[in-house]
Design a protein around this ligand. Structure first.
Ligand code: C5P
Length: 220
């Protein structure tokens, strides 16, 4: 499996632990996800650590606020030099367009590449209907998002309806036999990729493992 397809969620609160994971996993992984726990604990310096290993960051802060606030936050995320960040599609078209506008303006001003922006459909810890996820994915596409975060179970339908160049990122990934934790709509890495996911996000099955490298090699 292409190492560019697996994103590891660094859901830890100590910078040392994050760096340990990046250090051992970077030979196998190109993109690390920085979510609320790590970002609120350690701030943007974790993004610099990932850059030091020549790897990319998916900043998973799921912006959901008034358009002006989201636009300015998108500018900040762009200044960090992240590869990708996300907003809640439920925030609506004006909010999603504001995120794109902020990222584009800051990218033009600073010369930093514009990050890809994803719309989060429905959290994978929540039961939901395919129709609800599809309509949010449609809204994200109409609002010029680069793609969506969705569960593996809706990936096929989104791919069929919204086409090949719309990114689909799927969390809720559990290798055969792994514990589900709080995730409800899960699939194995192979199932998610076969359904058409561009990237799969894996957290606890790797980060809480005794030997994370062994788990990654097993998945590949
Ligand atoms: O540990 P686990 O593999 O469940 O981690 C999944 C990661 O993906 C977590 O960081 C979680 O915040 C994130 N995520 C999710 N569902 C979404 C969006 C993000 O599980 N819809």
């Amino acid at each position: 499996m292409d190492r560019k397809k697996i994103i590891i969620a660094l859901d830890v609160s100590k910078i040392k632990e994050a760096e340990r994971l990046v250090d051992i996993l970077s030979p196998h992984i190109s993109i690390f996800k920085v979510g609320m726990e790590l970002f609120y604990s350690c701030g943007p310096k974790v993004i610099d650590i990932i850059k030091k290993y020549d790897r990319e960051t998916f900043l998973d802060l799921k912006f959901h606020d008034i358009p002006n606030t989201v636009k300015n936050s998108a500018k900040v995320a762009t200044r960090f030099g992240v590869f990708m960040f996300n907003v809640h599609a439920q925030g609506g078209t004006d909010m999603m367009k504001a995120a794109l506008e902020g990222a584009e303006e800051e990218s033009q001003r600073s010369g930093i590449d514009r990050p890809r922006i994803l719309g989060v459909t429905v959290l994978t810890s929540i039961e939901s209907s395919e129709g609800q996820v599809l309509s949010l994915a449609r809204l994200a596409k109409q609002s010029s998002m680069d793609g969506v975060v969705a569960s593996p179970q809706e990936t096929k339908a989104i791919r069929e309806e919204l086409g090949g160049d719309f990114l689909i990122v799927t969390p809720g990934i559990r290798p055969e036999g792994a514990e589900k934790g709080d995730q409800k709509r899960t699939a194995t890495p192979k199932e998610a990729l076969d359904a058409g996911a561009d990237y799969i996000v894996i957290g606890r099955p790797v980060t809480k493992a005794k030997d994370p490298v062994k788990v990654i090699k097993g998945i590949k």
